[in-house]
Design a protein around this ligand. Structure first.
Ligand code: NAD
Length: 551
């Protein structure tokens, strides 16, 4: 009987499958479940609530077995974490095709999904859990870094040096904020009501110091700001109380955002409640707790709007705090924008997004060599240089060594081809798996996040991720996936992923050139179609063909 057990991807150059494409899928599936990588490996849960890599242990074993014997002209089909067929295809076809969590529109809600999940018929694939390209917390750190770099580019001349950012929430994902701000040379004051969250971030070197009081935090922040020295400061307290106080006292804040767990009102500490009593109160009176949490969020968001009125740059970081404040009756809740329309969409127009790769050798030195290759390929991109250098120094690998950085149209293919050459020449000890998050420029329809506020109103049009998956299949990706509900939940998103293996062969190079051109190309054409001038410029300059602009 198969059951929970520790899983770890093999390292080195010895193959247990019939080729590197299959071996890569096998190692990345196993790597997603490595206890260093996955949140609950015994339950096959990788991250993000219940995002799984396989439906159950029997399915996991069957996928491992099948990948080991899969031929170069065969494709394994995976339906929500279970291998359901092997078909003869051809050498250019993906070795694995994956569809996770998809439901017909009218049935696409959590209730129906949970019913089907309980029957053992489906699983939640999140984004990179069920498509085998999750690389641990480096992903969220880089995404947060990129967002703050975009804030710096838009408002502060390309650096956060000399600015103070105010935010709250030092949890699983929000804990990346202090390091992302200091990596951009800024100062951050980060409020959390849980002293352990502050301590944990200091232990992991994501947060520099803890202030004793609000006054102490402001003193530390202004000193560092005046010296243009990066510093992150943890401050214990309730954001709904501290933000209005700081606003009233005229605290010199330049940027405000928030990553408390506002998406779940039972996880947001209401005003006047002690942190130690929070869990018991939420369990005893969920309705009363929710109402008080929402009212507190309204005070929190009102203060954020106040900072905006006073000239600060303010944005929502995808935690629904604006929506919750609005439910509590605060009318100006949506006065400030979400982070995608505010900063990320211009990057999406250039085909930029979270490009990542993992060293199948298991050797950190392979990643160090690819880091140097990236610095060499893109000498003019300062923010990329800062990220790669700091990531090399400060990011602790989880599972197979991996790296992430945002690259755009015309850049990803260059990097991929260089990597393939490095495998071919023996400079790298083994092939690389090159993929990305589904949160990318042309691979997701998600009206509350990636496609919020599209210029032409096409937020909910989900043809784009489907075209994206099909073009990756047609271009030679090693595995391709179509998922539903990642990031924002059932009924709210459809998205696609691809992973392509740099195996050092000439055929591998051909596939990489096509996939890593066409995949970000989807971002460019999606945004040209929606009427973004930035995307039109990229299409003209870099030769992306859009039939409606021709003739
Ligand atoms: P988490 O639950 O691990 O952490 C939340 C933290 O907020 C906790 O440490 C908690 O103590 C603190 N907190 C709760 N109420 C507070 C209050 N009133 N004052 C001060 N601190 C308070 O959650 P997480 O994984 O870090 O994610 C945080 C939120 O950010 C989620 O809503 C998530 O969906 C969102 N998020 C969105 C994106 C995105 O859109 N790209 C990325 C990352 C996180």
């Amino acid at each position: 009987m198969s059951g929970p057990r520790p899983v770890r991807a093999p390292r080195g150059t010895e193959l247990s499958a019939l080729g590197w494409q299959q071996e890569a899928a096998l190692r990345m599936l196993q790597n997603n479940l490595d206890p260093e990588v996955a949140e609950h490996p015994d339950k096959l849960v990788v991250y993000g609530g219940t995002g799984r890599a396989a439906r159950d242990w029997r399915s996991f074993d069957a996928m491992v077995r099948t990948l080991r014997s899969l031929k170069q002209d065969e494709t394994m089909l995976v339906q929500s974490g279970r291998p359901v067929g092997v078909m003869q295809t051809h050498e250019w076809a993906p070795r694995v095709l994956i569809a996770n969590s998809n439901l017909v529109g009218d049935w696409a809600n959590w209730e129906e999904f949970r019913r089907l999940e309980a029957l053992g018929l489906t699983m939640y694939g999140q984004m990179t859990a069920g498509s085998w390209i999750y690389i641990g917390t480096q992903g969220i750190l880089q995404g947060t870094y990129e967002t703050f770099a975009a804030v710096a580019a838009k408002k502060f001349g390309g650096t956060l040096a000399g600015t103070i950012t105010l935010t709250a929430g030092l949890g699983g994902m929000g804990g990346a904020q202090p390091l992302a701000v200091t990596m951009n040379d800024g100062v951050a004051i980060c409020i959390d009501c849980d002293p352990r969250a502050i301590e944990r971030r200091i232990e992991h070197r994501y947060l520099d110091v803890r202030a004793d009081s609000l006054e102490h935090a402001l003193q530390l922040a202004t000193e560092a700001r005046d010296a243009r020295r990066p510093l992150s400061i943890g401050l214990l307290g309730n954001a709904a109380e501290l933000l209005p106080r700081m606003l009233a006292e005229g605290a010199p804040i330049d940027i405000v955002t928030d990553q408390t767990s506002a998406h779940d009102p039972l996880a947001y500490l209401p005003l006047g409640v002690d942190f130690d009593d929070m869990a018991a109160y939420a369990a005893k009176d969920p309705a009363g707790f929710t109402q008080r949490a929402r009212e507190s969020m309204a005070r929190h968001v009102e203060a954020m709007v106040g900072f905006m009125d006073a000239g600060a740059e303010v944005f929502d970081y995808g935690n629904s705090i604006r929506g919750e404040a609005q439910l509590a009756g605060y009318e100006r809740a949506f006065a400030f924008p979400g982070f995608v329309p505010a900063y990320i969409r211009p990057l999406f127009c250039e085909g930029k997004g979270p490009f990542r790769w993992a060293a199948l050798s298991g050797e950190a030195s392979d990643i160090a060599k690819t880091d140097r290759a990236i610095l060499d390929l893109f000498p003019e991109n300062e923010s990329l240089h800062r990220w790669i250098t700091m990531a090399g120094e400060r990011v602790h690998f989880q599972g197979l060594p991996a790296r992430i950085c945002w690259l755009g149209y015309g850049e990803r293919d260059k990097a991929g081809e260089r990597f393939n050459d490095m495998v071919a020449s023996g400079e790298l000890q083994a092939p690389l798996a090159i993929g990305r998050d589904h949160l990318d420029c042309g691979s997701v329809a998600s009206p509350y996040r990636e496609t919020e506020g599209m210029r032409d109103g096409s937020d909910a049009i989900a043809d784009w991720p489907l075209l994206n998956a099909m073009v990756n299949v047609a271009s030679g990706a090693s595995w391709v996936s179509i998922h539903h509900g990642g990031g924002v939940g059932m009924g709210r998103s459809i998205h696609a992923g691809q992973v392509t293996v740099a195996d050092g062969t000439a055929l591998g190079a051909e596939k990489i050139r096509r996939v890593l051109t066409n995949d970000p190309g989807m971002g460019v054409i999606r945004h040209v179609d929606a009427g973004y001038e930035g995307a039109e410029e990229v299409a003209s300059e870099r030769g992306v063909r859009v039939p409606m602009r021709e003739g």
